[in-house]
Design a protein. Structure first.
Ligand SMILES: [Ca+2]
Ligand SMILES: [Ca+2]
Length: 246
């Protein structure tokens, strides 16, 4: 091949890369779990561990969720699990971050407001307790009621995915599909526009909530965080994919 052809190839590759770049991807296929049902970590594409307190993390085969290993998280009340990745920023109008993951509750859920929570944060430090600011989304998984979006600031509360400090953007909107023990896919996007950061999330590709943070102070994100609010329960997750456009 002539050098000029390599040049053409490189141009096309660069052009495609401007569409969407993968920031983080974890299918847990090469993951290792250490610890116990109450305190542990999963090392795979990410280093998954408890945020506000220790959580139990296991690797399980969950054919209802998909092939191969999935991560099972055992939450004590008011806990979270997180992994970090190389920071991404919403710098220019049109910049967009998309997060997708699949999840399944192994057992039927009882009603609990905000009983499933997830979001993107900019975490300050890694250790037993982390803190940071970001966008969190919630829903009552048992009823599908109250899908919400909040900005969760970095305060001394150290309560990522909860506490008294989140500022509602969409406060308990409509009703989404309830969760049983079947698998679901959740997608959410953060997009910088002229009037602020647009946040939207979908359950099984059906829009659940969308809003605008006109006074966004969160532009950089380096962590995916998930929790079950005050509930003590387990959830399986798989195929976490984070992309940034351009
Ligand atoms: Ca998997
Ligand atoms: Ca908080």
């Amino acid at each position: 091949m002539k050098p000029s052809l390599f040049g053409v190839t490189a141009l096309f590759t660069c052009s495609a890369a401007l569409q969407a770049n993968t920031v983080f991807q974890d299918d847990f296929s090469k993951a290792n779990a250490t610890g116990s049902e109450k305190a542990g970590t999963v090392e795979s594409s990410g280093n998954w561990q408890g945020g506000r307190s220790a959580v139990g993390v296991d690797l399980v085969a969950d054919p209802a969720l998909g092939a191969g290993q999935s991560m099972q998280i055992h939450f004590p009340p008011n806990a979270s699990v997180y992994t970090t990745f190389e920071p991404v920023s919403l710098e220019n109008v049109g910049d967009k971050i998309e997060v997708k993951f699949r999840c399944r509750f192994p057992t039927e859920q009882g009603p609990a407001i905000s009983g499933l929570r997830f979001g993107l944060y900019n975490v300050e430090d890694e250790g037993k307790t982390i803190n940071g600011s970001g966008y969190m989304m919630t829903i009552d998984p048992a009823t599908g009621k109250g899908p919400s979006i909040s900005f969760d600031p970095n305060t001394s509360e150290k309560t990522m995915l909860g506490g008294s400090d989140p500022v509602p953007i969409v406060a308990f909107g409509g009703t989404a599909k309830p969760f049983g023990t079947e698998a679901h896919i959740i997608t959410f996007t953060l997009e910088k526009a002229a009037d602020g950061v647009h946040i939207a999330w979908s359950l099984d590709n059906v829009p659940s909530a969308q809003g605008v943070d006109a006074n966004s102070s969160a532009t950089t994100f380096n962590a995916f965080v998930l929790g079950l609010g005050g509930r003590t329960d387990s959830i399986n997750i798989d195929d976490v994919v984070i992309t940034k456009t351009p």
